[in-house]
Design a protein around this ligand. Structure first.
Ligand code: COA
Length: 175
């Protein structure tokens, strides 16, 4: 998937992105509600880019990371995961470098990615999961038009404590 929004470009994460990608993944505030920790290394970033090399879109049950570039610089990334057990169903995630928070970049990038999933990939359902305490992403998901489907209470043993996980989704029939 490659999307050109004028001043924003979305493309598979590439070797040139690894250094800035790793730099913001190592920030404790960025890692807080995510699957990695601040010891995320350049080698981890290299492995991630190598694992998805040559691909434009993820296979079923794979996560693939796409860089969000503004003026040629990496501002953040979004990830897409076609569910293994349901057809035409895509989970997504997003992270921005804090230097680019609060400017609408995630909203614009995900609006374009979600449009791509529905229009070009004929998605039936797109969804995101987030930690109940992650207010910034909850505001983002609501802004994108997703519905809060429910909260799994203290369902995930995560970074040393039970956490509650919200699911947000949008159906093709609801657009
Ligand atoms: C989730 C995350 C990407 C949201 O970033 P963000 O900067 O709030 O989102 P956007 O880029 O869409 O910017 C929207 C914010 O900018 C403001 N804004 C300013 N100009 C704007 C514009 N032109 N268009 C839209 N919003 C604009 C909005 O009011 C909004 O702020 P608010 O939520 O305080 O009301 C960011 O908090 C992050 O990277 N968190 C760490 C990683 C993480 O936890 N990811 C979630 C995993 S599920």
């Amino acid at each position: 998937m490659r999307l050109d929004l004028g001043d924003l470009h979305i493309a598979p994460l590439a070797a040139a992105d690894i250094q800035p990608f790793v730099a913001y993944r190592r920030l404790p505030d960025v890692a807080r509600y995510q699957s990695w920790s601040p010891d995320y290394s350049l080698a981890d970033g290299q492995r991630l880019v190598d694992a998805q090399a040559g691909r434009d879109f993820p296979e079923k049950d794979e996560w693939m990371q796409f860089g969000i570039h503004t003026n040629g610089r990496l501002a953040g990334d979004l990830a897409i995961h076609p569910l293994a057990d349901q057809p035409d169903s895509y989970e997504f995630g997003v992270t921005l470098d804090p230097a680019h928070h609060g400017a609408g970049i995630a909203t614009r990038a995900l609006t374009a990615a979600i449009d791509h999933l529905f229009d070009a990939r004929r998605a039936h359902r797109v969804l995101a999961e987030c930690d109940e305490r992650n207010d910034a992403v909850k505001r983002l998901l609501a802004r994108l038009g997703l519905r809060h489907e429910g909260t799994a209470r203290a369902a995930d043993w995560y970074k040393g404590e039970w956490t509650s996980v919200e699911t947000w989704a949008l159906l093709a029939s609801e657009r």
